[in-house]
Write a protein that binds this ligand. Structure first.
Ligand code: JFZ
Length: 432
């Protein structure tokens, strides 16, 4: 049964931390055409085998990843322990298809967990419910399987119970042999492959037995599409804890059936792919990502921003640059992100608003002619106003220029036509 009290308790850090790092990394990082390569190119296990033989990421230094995540202001991370291709980055006893059997011989999940925990970053694992390597996972006519239209597999019988036993046992390994996990990111349900088809009730009971505080996404029921029963008044035992919109920020935030706030996390790529894709240079500017992170928080959501390290274990240089730029904004402005949520004041036309109790953060993204209007507050409510990045005191402007607009608080943050921070200058208003 769903326990609202325990739910609220375990969700505290998630609603506070707001910003995480998604890491897609595996054998598919070698061909570098995305993590769906086996499916999109109808590649057999045999054709894919060369990457297993080759995999030897000598530059894998999770400490470097963790330091970068921390520098960017990210508070939690999620690594693909296993993606749809079925290759495991951990030393599972249930298949030979694992990193410890490659040339590298390493348990990357264990090393990742250690490195990120050491930096004080909460740790999560992505685990694919779909497995294109297991013989008992449906092949022919499945919606996504690489062999879905290969006649050789027509009529083949797959013992799905056998698959479920395997899959549950792998999740158990992760939940029992790797210490405390803060998050499990199951991915994903489709067609009739959802909910009890995964024996999700049993799976979640097991997960919560070993990891009572773990936060789980909603994809035992849905994919990026659909909200699942977490958006209803009667969530199932496997509803998961939050909605996982993919490559989109919900335009109006998300609410459950009764209009209560719903926890969500938008997972977003920096370019157009999750797994390392050599030719994809369509990286979003850091300024865009900063503004979109603010948008998430202003709508009660989190952002899980992806990196796709190359097969050697290196983060693409474009991503490193973006993370550093985000970090230099976060370093001065993170109080307007962590612990913040939507404000009851509607989005102003010059930016967005986040709020943490009596602190209202005005994210000014578009300059004014002259003074900056801080919409939605009255002069009498204001205790103090500061520029967030350096604490500069801002006085409420009171002169003939603004006097026609007595319902709006104005401040002066620049004597030039430019904002002090051209991406997002944050004004912190403390109300009484
Ligand atoms: C899933 C994965 O398939 C993808 O590789 C990546 O890990 C992302 C974060 O999650 O993305 C989806 C989910 C659902 C669909 C397609 C991609 N879908 O419903 O077709």
């Amino acid at each position: 049964m769903f326990n609202r009290e325990m739910y609220n308790k375990r969700m505290e850090w998630f609603k506070n931390d707001r910003f995480g790092m998604f890491i897609h990394w595996g054998l598919y990082s070698i061909p570098a055409r995305g993590e769906w390569i086996r499916s999109t190119e109808r590649m057999s296990i045999k054709d894919y085998e060369q990457y297993f033989e080759e995999f030897n990421p000598e530059s894998f230094e999770p400490e470097v990843w963790a330091k970068l995540a921390k520098e960017a202001g990210m508070k939690y991370a999620v690594l693909t322990a296993k993606h749809h291709d079925g290759f495991c980055l951990f030393d599972t006893k249930l298949t030979e298809y694992k990193s410890t059997n490659t040339k590298s011989g390493r348990d990357f999940v264990r090393e990742y967990l250690e490195a990120f925990r050491k930096e004080g970053i909460k740790v999560g694992l992505y685990f694919s419910l779909i497995d294109w390597h297991h013989p008992d996972y449906p092949h022919y006519k499945d919606m996504h399987h690489p062999m879905r239209d290969n006649k050789e597999y027509e009529g083949k019988v797959h013992n799905f119970d056998n698959y479920l036993e395997f899959m549950h046992a792998q999740v158990k390994e992760l939940c029992t042999e790797y210490g405390k996990l803060d998050m499990m990111w199951f991915d994903f349900s489709y067609g009739d492959m959802k909910g009890e088809k995964w024996q999700a009730d049993k799976l979640m009971k097991m997960v919560r037995t070993y990891q009572p505080d773990i936060i789980v996404d909603n994809r035992l029921e849905v994919s990026g599409e659909g909200f699942g029963s977490i958006a209803t008044q009667n969530p199932t035992s496997y509803s998961g804890d939050y909605v996982s919109p993919e490559q989109i920020i919900p335009p109006n935030g998300l609410f459950d059936e009764e209009g209560n706030e719903l926890a969500w996390e938008a997972c977003i790529t920096m370019n157009d792919n999750w797994g390392y894709t050599a030719l994809d240079k369509n990286f979003k500017p850091a300024s865009t990502i900063i503004k979109k992170l603010v948008e998430c928080v202003s709508k009660n959501g989190n952002m899980l921003l992806n990196i796709g390290p190359d097969a050697n274990g290196r983060i693409p240089k474009e991503s490193v640059q973006i993370l550093k730029e985000i970090g230099s904004w976060m370093k001065y402005n993170n109080k307007s992100i962590y612990g913040c949520k939507a404000s009851s004041i509607p989005k102003p036309e010059n930016g967005r608003i986040t709020q943490n109790g009596k602190k209202i953060y005005y994210h000014v993204m578009e300059n004014s002619i002259g003074y900056i209007p801080l919409y939605g507050i009255k002069t009498g409510e204001v205790e103090k106003i500061r520029l967030l990045y350096d604490g500069t005191e801002l006085k409420i402007v009171n002169n003939w220029i603004v006097n026609n607009y007595p319902d709006i608080v104005f401040v002066n943050i620049s004597k030039t036509p430019y904002l002090p921070d051209s991406i997002d200058t944050v004004v912190e208003v403390t109300i009484k």
